[in-house]
Each structure stands twice: as structure tokens, then as C-alpha cells.
Design a protein around this ligand. Structure first.
Ligand SMILES: NC(=O)c1ccc[n+]([C@@H]2O[C@H](COP(=O)([O-])OP(=O)(O)OC[C@H]3O[C@@H](n4cnc5c(N)ncnc54)[C@H](O)[C@@H]3O)[C@@H](O)[C@H]2O)c1
Length: 287
């Protein structure tokens, strides 16, 4: 009989993002129940299981896929493994959530989509920038006409480089800063502008600081030209000292807004026409 309670979830991976998925699932217990975790290094999955009271622990994710009651599996393993894991999960009849980047190549992505389709399961890509309150607010204002016709959307994500050694290896990561961080910015610009077709892409990549660790780029600029005439500028870097920086800028013919994900709690904004709601007791949103 179909489960009508919270979705039973299995987690692959137990480190940085595994912990974030476990913590996030704990916040929506009425909707999802994390019942198992799989991670190959002995002791790691068990440690995560202890922290989040996850009842079942596996070292091989394929064994976890044999558990008949698990309905959805979320992948927080290195990029090189995403495609094979997604295919295995879908083939076992379970829904898939996959961390970014979706896979290493477009061919792998196509294969994932094909197997999920054939098996009749959902293949979900876990992009989170669309859910951050400040960026959502910026989109809400744009959709309400606050900035008029938007012609430029910028997103940038920068820090001094990844926490795990596999990210530096292009064979396991698929690329450098653009692959690691740019997938957020590209998805963001595309979403923000209402998913128009992309006409042209220009990228400038360079290795400036971490050439001793990687043959991938540690800094990148990516310019996307969309079919509706707007431009997206995505800046990503593994060379920024001082921790993570994540920000956006939106420019239109009637206004502008800036949002910094980690600093302050407001979006400095100018709007010729005004928009829905700014703050309690503000009589106008013009200017
Ligand atoms: N959305 C985001 O903002 C965000 C942030 C960080 C990482 N990520 C993504 O999450 C994924 C994991 O990154 P991370 O930072 O957690 O890396 P990590 O190195 O901290 O953890 C990787 C995990 O994968 C496990 N793993 C390795 N081989 C495995 C295998 N064969 N079977 C099962 N598990 C295996 C490791 O044991 C470990 O638990 C990557 O694809 C990364 O791009 C996304």
C-alpha cells in the first residue's frame, strides 16, 4: 500500500553537504523522514546517523537501494558519481534528488533524464539559490515591475577554495570554480529572467592562486546573452580571502537592487515605479 505519511528518504554521503541535507530534512519532519544514510568510509555514516537519529546505516549505497520502503534518495557525493548514482536510484524505482552540478557532462545528464523517465520517477536538481529569502524578494520585486525592463542580472559566489580534496581534481569534479560555483549563478540568472533561451555564452577562465593544487580554473567570468535581450554576468572564484561572498545585482530601465546573502538583512533598492511591499508603515515604495 502506498505510504501516505512523510516521504521516506535515504541519503548518500555524510560529510559537508550530507550534514546540510540531514539538517534540512529534520526541519520538515512532517513531510520527509530520513530513514537511512550510506557513505563508504567506515564510521562516517554512523556518526551522522547518531547526530540526526537516522535508524539505518550502510557503507554501500546499492545495499540501501534494496530497502523497499525508501521512496526517495538524495545524492551528496562527489560530482563524478552523480550520474551513476542517479541511474541506480531511478532503476531501483526511487525518486532522485541530486546535488549540483547535475553531472560531469551533458551526455550523463541526458542518461539520467532518460532512465528517470523510463522508470516513472522524479529526478530533482537541488539548486537552492531560488529559495534564499533575499533573492526571492528581489525576483518578487522584479516581477512586480520595480526595476522596469531588466537588462542585466549579476550573481557572484567567491571563497578561497573548497574544503575537500576531490574538488581540486578535474577527473572527479569535472571542472574548477565555474563548474563548482557557476552552476548556481547560471541557474540563478536563467530563473530570475523567466527562463528565456540562451543565445550566446562567453567565459574567461584563469588559474591565479591555486596552480599548485589544481589544473582547473580558480577564477571565472561568464557572460550569458539571453533571447529576450538581457545579459547575465556570473562571477565565481576560489581566490577570495576572508570567507564566502555571495551577492546579486539587478539593473532595469526603472530601478536597481543589490543583495548580499551573508551581510546585513536588507536589499538596497531604487525604484522609479514602486512595487508591492517594502516594510511595515512605509507609505510608498517609490524611490
Ligand atoms: N548546493 C551547495 O551549495 C553545495 C555545497 C557543497 C557541496 N555541494 C555538492 O554536494 C556534493 C558533495 O559535496 P561535499 O561538499 O559534501 O563533499 P564532501 O567531500 O564533504 O563529502 C562527500 C561525501 O561523499 C561520500 N562518497 C564518496 N564516494 C562515495 C561512494 N562511492 N558512495 C557513497 N558515498 C560516497 C564521501 O564519503 C562523503 O561522505 C558535491 O556534488 C558538491 O558539488 C553543494
Amino acid at each position: 500500500m502506498a505510504n501516505t505519511g512523510p516521504v521516506k528518504v535515504g541519503l548518500i554521503g555524510s560529510q559537508f553537504q550530507g550534514d546540510i541535507h540531514a539538517a534540512s530534512l529534520e526541519m520538515v519532519r512532517h513531510e520527509a523522514e530520513l530513514v537511512a544514510v550510506a557513505s563508504p568510509t567506515p564510521g562516517n555514516a554512523a556518526a551522522l546517523a547518531k547526530r540526526y537519529r537516522i535508524p539505518r546505516v550502510f557503507t554501500d549505497y546499492r545495499e540501501m537501494l534494496r530497502e523497499p520502503d525508501i521512496e526517495m534518495v538524495t545524492i551528496t557525493a562527489p560530482n563524478r558519481l552523480h550520474a551513476q548514482m542517479a541511474v541506480d536510484i531511478a532503476a531501483s524505482g526511487k525518486h532522485v534528488v541530486c546535488e549540483k552540478p547535475m553531472a560531469m557532462t551533458l551526455e550523463e545528464c541526458d542518461q539520467m533524464i532518460e532512465v528517470a523517465r523510463k522508470q516513472g520517477v522524479l529526478l530533482m536538481y537541488a539548486e537552492e539559490l531560488f529559495f534564499t529569502p533575499k533573492y526571492l524578494k528581489a525576483k518578487e520585486m522584479a516581477d512586480a515591475g520595480a526595476f522596469g525592463k531588466v537588462h542585466l542580472v549579476k550573481q557572484s559566489e567567491k571563497h578561497f577554495g573548497p574544503h575537500s580534496e576531490w574538488f581540486w581534481d578535474v577527473e572527479r569534479a569535472g571542472g574548477g570554480a565555474l563548474m563548482d560555483l557557476g552552476c548556481h549563478g547560471i541557474a540563478f540568472c536563467y530563473w530570475f529572467l523567466g527562463r528565456p533561451a540562451i543565445k550566446t555564452v562567453y567565459c574567461q577562465l584563469g588559474t591565479y592562486v591555486h596552480g599548485d593544487k589544481t589544473r582547473a580554473e580558480d577564477d571565472s567570468l561568464c557572460i550569458l546573452e539571453f533571447a529576450n535581450g538581457a545579459v547575465g554576468l556570473v562571477e565565481d572564484s576560489w581566490t577570495r580571502r576572508g570567507g564566502m561572498d555571495d551577492r546579486i545585482e539587478v539593473y532595469g530601465d526603472a530601478g536597481v537592487t543589490y543583495a548580499n546573502l551573508h551581510m546585513g538583512n536588507a536589499l538596497p533598492t531604487y525604484s522609479e515605479s514602486g512595487y508591492g511591499y517594502a516594510v511595515e508603515k512605509a507609505p510608498t515604495t517609490t524611490g
